[in-house]
Design a protein around this ligand. Structure first.
Ligand code: F7E
Length: 324
């Protein structure tokens, strides 16, 4: 039986990836941080087959113990402090977890592998946030990185460290440069879920308005379920490499509001949306659009859910959850 260790198991991607791996017959171990973590129960309910281990990306010895217990052939490093806006206020802890945490799990995996450095296949969750002030449109694996947030800077560190371990030690370490990916499991602090939850509540008369930041930012949004499939495909390749994963289509926050409100029959959403400077960022990533040609040809991967279908899926799920 193939065994996988997944950090960040409690997040949206961890849950979808665990479901995918279990459906393929893997034995799945998930790393959970902290004592009495309330998300333990969430994982147990949603993906009961996962075996949970405690550990922390900032604690090398806890990672080594998790590797010794799970004896994986694949490691997926999805754990991170991932909310970009938070990273300006908490740059140090973001660096500890999202940057140095990658070094810790790479080093633990290298030590665990001993004389056969490619015995474990390693996946690093890199991010389109690394492109920041974009130097090329669309962005590919070759595009110069220019991060615009402490989170983006931390992800660049993890990305290059993964490449460095591959080149220095011969590890089978791949990095997926994933553009924004969403689902009904997305955390409520991210813009798509914030909008889908608010629209559902407004449609049901439970709330009048939602406060938003920059409505002109553009993102390339895909469905998280499709994106974890790309992660898995990367680790099935004979040679490790880096891949952009994206839809190749970009939409503004205004278009997100258009589609979400239209789903509940509201065409003129202006009276329901207030602009609040607290949600503006010190530096913005204005135009993200990914060129995933390499993933499409080498991995035979493609997104299956359109932007409209994604937004409808999220609004419908939140409507069902919010109905009294
Ligand atoms: O913001 C704008 C905001 O927080 C998207 C993470 O998964 O994807 C995600 O990072 C855009 C930004 O995601 C609000 O200014 C406007 O331009 O949903 P978000 P993100 O920052 O793109 C990347 C690929 C990752 O790797 C990250 O981990 O939406 N925006 N008004 C707002 N954003 C939020 N959150 N809230 C607002 O009210």
């Amino acid at each position: 039986m193939t065994r996988a260790l997944v950090t960040g198991i409690t997040g949206q991607d961890g849950l979808y990836l665990a479901e995918l791996l279990l459906s393929k017959g893997y034995e799945v171990f998930g790393l959970v941080r902290g004592q009495n973590n309330p998300k333990y129960d969430l994982v147990r309910q949603q993906v009961p087959g996962v075996q949970l281990l405690t550990g922390d990306l900032t604690d090398l010895s806890s990672l080594m113990r998790a590797l010794e217990t799970s004896e994986p052939t694949e490691v997926y490093n999805l754990g991170a402090i991932s909310f970009v806006a938070y990273s300006w206020e908490n740059a140090h802890v973001t660096t500890e977890v999202t940057a140095k945490g990658v070094l810790n799990i790479l080093e633990a995996t290298r030590l665990f592998c001993g004389p056969t450095p490619d015995a474990v296949r390693f996946y690093q969750a890199s991010s389109s946030e690394m492109f920041g002030k974009v130097q090329q449109v669309p962005q590919s694996e070759q595009t110069l990185l220019w991060p615009r947030s402490p989170y983006g800077v931390a992800k660049v560190f993890g990305h290059y460290m993964t490449i460095n371990y591959r080149e220095s030690y011969g590890m089978h370490a791949s990095s997926g440069i994933l553009f924004n990916h969403e689902s009904p499991r997305r955390g409520p602090e991210f813009v798509t879920r914030k909008v889908s939850m608010a629209v559902a509540r407004i449609a049901l008369g439970l709330q009048e308005t939602v406060s938003m930041g920059n409505l002109d930012a553009r993102r390339d949004w895909g469905f998280a379920g499709d994106y974890v499939d790309a992660m898995h495909r990367m680790l099935q390749q004979p040679v490790a490499d880096d891949y952009v994963v994206s839809t190749g289509r970009t939409h503004s926050i205004r278009e997100l509001l258009d589609v979400a409100f239209a789903r509940v029959g509201i065409d003129d959403w202006g009276r329901h949306v207030e602009l609040d400077k607290r949600f503006l960022r010190p530096a913005e990533v204005d135009l993200l659009i990914g060129d995933s040609a390499k993933a499409r040809s080498v991995l035979d991967w493609q997104p299956t859910v359109s932007f409209e279908q994604l937004v409808h899926m999220m609004v419908d799920a939140d409507l069902a959850a919010a109905r009294p």
